[in-house]
Design a protein around this ligand. Structure first.
Ligand SMILES: Nc1ncnc2c1ncn2[C@@H]1O[C@H](COP(=O)(O)OP(=O)(O)OP(=O)(O)O)[C@@H](O)[C@H]1O
Ligand SMILES: [Mg+2]
Length: 488
């Protein structure tokens, strides 16, 4: 593993330098070969599973690692907490992929840090495996996301309501800079660090801004804000495309890189309803499926606020420059969202008719309590299947005919529509009941026979494999009783 660390070269205000805690009996449960290859880890490094268990439990540091726990703040359910930070995570360092992209390698569940507050610094096995499964599924679905390289069981219990087996999960992300990282320095009035962070972020994630000689320093900050907003818009539109509910879109869980991060209470929507919430602590539905765009905008407003001192020394002037970008979020989101829905219905561009048609379908899905993924998947297949055409014609009534008519009116052949739809409508999502069954196996038996089959299916979400059917049945209760937890 060849580290090339940059964040740990920043000054001590940004992190605590601290090693992971030792664990007693590390055992490598999951190892992501494909990701290891992408990160250019050598075969020799990956061969010895006992050694990998030592490295990715935190027991032994790979050469060149420089472990740190990052400082950050964040708005949690709307309330500001000035001091969060990695309370159970250690960033080992950064590595470069074959195409020169830089990735953080971070252990989570690896022990207490300065930022642990009341927490034990640990992670239970269930949430670690959930993070692995969900992030692999999201990656295969084409959604920007952090990924997992390994899950190592620690051989030690962690105490939640009851004793549970413990684990360390290794996360790989373009960086771990969060909206909350900016808020941390802004709230302290530490403008020097805020500026350092902005420069670091621009050169790491948005080199085009850094290298643009036409921009002065203040304009660079505005461009940074716009670039982060654009990434959030694409991210949330992809979540909505596949029916993903993040569940805890706090600003400390909003990565500047535009990747999905923190899979704690996330879930997939089955039956379409914009009000769908599974997280047990989200009692008011702040992070409901259909609220995610508005929350994305709210989070970007918090980022803008944190950046204000770098935009203009006079607060009113800074606000006047940043505010239009936040306002524009809704319009840009709406455009991207309508485009995504048009694509899901086989049309390359959105117009009033495609939007009206899509809204009609969503309303009908809500009223008839239809499964979101299955409905779009069946519509896709129906373009080449007369039996399914007839079935859907009956189930969806006049809507189905008006869809086919609109395609025909726009001279879109069924074959062309199908090929676009097949790229936008997954046949497979990580269904909540299957994810839970596997997590239960891990918690009770230390492993699961079916995880490899499940991962194989999840890694080809746009194709039906022989094993697919086994994992795509709908939950008996329509997930009406399903609840998720933060996993802390
Ligand atoms: N068991 C724990 N011990 C110490 N700190 C914890 C623990 N669980 C969560 N925290 C801290 O509480 C805050 C919010 O937790 P949250 O569940 O959003 O994050 P997380 O799942 O630990 O990490 P991440 O956002 O990096 O995926 C973070 O500062 C996190 O480090
Ligand atoms: Mg978090």
């Amino acid at each position: 593993m060849k580290f090339s660390n940059t964040y740990s070269q920043l000054d001590g205000a940004f992190y605590q330098r601290i090693s992971p805690e030792q664990v007693s009996r590390p055992q490598l449960l999951l190892w992501n070969d494909e990701l290891a290859g992408w990160l250019q880890l050598t075969e020799e490094f990956c061969r010895d599973r006992a050694l990998l268990a030592q490295y990715f439990s935190g027991n032994r540091l790979p050469d060149g690692a420089d472990p740190i726990a990052l400082a950050y703040a964040g708005h949690q359910f709307g309330s500001f907490n000035p001091q969060l930070g990695d309370g159970r995570a250690h960033l080992l360092g950064e590595v470069l992929s074959g195409n020169g992209q830089r990735y953080d390698i971070q252990l989570k569940g690896s022990g207490q840090t300065l930022f642990s507050r009341q927490g034990d610094g640990k992670c239970a096995l269930g949430p670690a495996v959930r993070e692995y499964i969900m992030s692999e599924a999201m990656f295969a679905l084409g959604v920007p996301t952090s990924r997992c390289l390994a899950v190592v069981a620690t051989g030690e219990p962690v105490f939640r309501e009851t004793a549970k087996p413990g684990a360390v999960v290794t996360r790989v992300a373009a960086s771990h800079i969060r909206v909350g990282t900016f808020e941390y320095f802004a709230a302290r009035g530490d403008l020097g660090s805020l500026k350092t962070l902005a420069d670091f972020t621009i050169s790491r994630h948005f080199p085009d801004i850094a290298g643009n000689p036409e921009l002065d320093n203040e304009e660079k900050i505005l461009h940074l804000l716009q670039a982060v907003i654009n990434k959030q818009i694409s991210l949330i539109v992809s979540w909505l495309r596949v029916g993903f509910i993040h569940g805890v879109m706090n600003t400390d869980n909003t990565a500047i890189s535009g990747e999905t991060i923190d899979f704690g209470p996330c879930a997939m929507m089955g039956i379409y309803h914009p009000g769908t919430v599974f997280s047990s602590i989200d009692t008011r539905g702040r992070y409901a499926f259909g609220n995610q765009a508005a929350i994305g905008q709210w989070n970007m407003a918090r980022l803008a606020e944190a950046l204000l001192p770098l935009i203009d020394a006079v607060p009113e002037k800074a606000v006047a420059r940043a505010e239009p970008l936040i306002r524009q979020f809704s319009r840009d989101f709406d455009l991207a969202y309508r485009q995504m829905l048009a694509n899901k219905l086989g049309m390359a561009t959105a117009d009033e008719q495609s939007t009206a048609l899509a809204n009609g379908l969503l309303t009908q899905m809500q009223e008839q309590e239809l499964d979101y993924t299955q409905t779009f998947a069946r519509l896709t297949l129906s373009l080449k299947d007369a039996g399914l055409t007839q079935q859907l014609g009956q189930e969806l009534g006049p809507w189905y005919d008006s869809w086919r008519t609109l395609l025909a009116d726009n001279a879109i052949t069924p074959a062309r529509a199908k090929s676009l739809m097949a790229q936008n409508n997954p046949q497979v999502i990580p269904r909540n009941h299957h994810v839970e069954a596997i997590l239960q196996d891990y918690e009770q038996n230390g492993g699961s026979d079916s995880i490899n089959d499940f991962l194989t299916v999840l890694r080809s979400p746009y194709r039906l494999l022989p094993q697919t059917e086994k994992f795509q049945d709908l939950p008996a209760d329509g997930d009406r009783h399903y609840r998720t937890f933060c996993g802390t």
